[in-house]
Design a protein around this ligand. Sequence first.
Ligand code: GLU
Length: 364
Amino acid sequence: MIAVVKIGTSSVTDETGWVDRSAITKLCGEVAAARAAGHQVIVVTSGAVGSGLPVLGLDGDRRPRDARTLQAVAAVGQSHLMATYGEALAAHDLVAGQILVAPLDFRERSQYLHARSTVLRLLELGVVPIVNENDALADDEIRFGDNDRIAALMAHLVDADLLVLLTDTAGLHTADPRLDAQASLIEEIREVDQVLEGVATGPGTVGGSGGMASKLAAAKIASWSGVRTVIGAATRPDVVRDAIDGAPGVGTVVRPHDRRLTARKLWIAFAIGASGTIAVDDGARRAIARGGTSLLAAGVTGVRGSFDVDDAVEVIGPDGVVFAKGLSRMAAADVADVAGLRSDELPDGLARYVVHADDLVVLP
Ligand code: GLU
């Protein structure tokens, strides 16, 4: 099978912030064992920013806040990380290949196919792809900032069977195990719903940016990509093997759906934030919910937010409930102007659709 294994900053750096060689050695040993058992593994690693800080003497109280310095720090940390992965894999006669991604790589179909082609070629060549966000060049406006989601999108990209999110707890618990002794492990999730998202409100650890909410969001993306997710402890012996084998107790398992959204719809549904809301009448709601229909001006009853052409918008019905999300072909002001108009009444020069069916996803 193909497994995408993501490991977080708190698991790849030690308490002083330096790259934790033993943690990476453990992970790479597990990757080698999985490969020996006939599986393909892609690693998504965090820790570029975290591990760069001590190298530059910018850790502790001196941790910078400005994006420019953090980007520079990431460039340093990323190369330290890669050197460590390279050495740890070499001990098993394996070679690492670095892939740095940006949101556009998942958004633009041509980039998406390009990324897929490179990663699959690396696998064919026997290389272990080591993926991170391109933190040195990503600015706050255009970055993911969270490798859980990147790992889930990678799992879709390569049509993986399994996503393993390695963290510093044994999985998702009924409460924060660091604060509540009664907290117990949730072993299986059939559907990531709002109740669960409420349980998982805890933030990540100091070093990382993930936390359980971001793990669940990633598991949801994976699930709608037809990929099973295991959230488990990075320190657990043979955690990768057990996740591949589906061993009981390995962590929290999130089941895949049998329907697989396309990359573009997955992106629209889960990877971009909405800049506004378009309200539609009941006829439009029912037509869109059936699938395959575009959102036309005639069905629009109201607009909220200030979005531009190509920005993501949520679509709500008369009950105020969000039921779809899409990319608007019109700016908010234009949508407000044409609300309720038939297509033949639209002013010249304006798109014929508010949201085209290709860019519209009925939310699962
Ligand atoms: N890409 C970030 C880094 O390597 C980590 C993002 C995350 O913690 O999810 O530092």
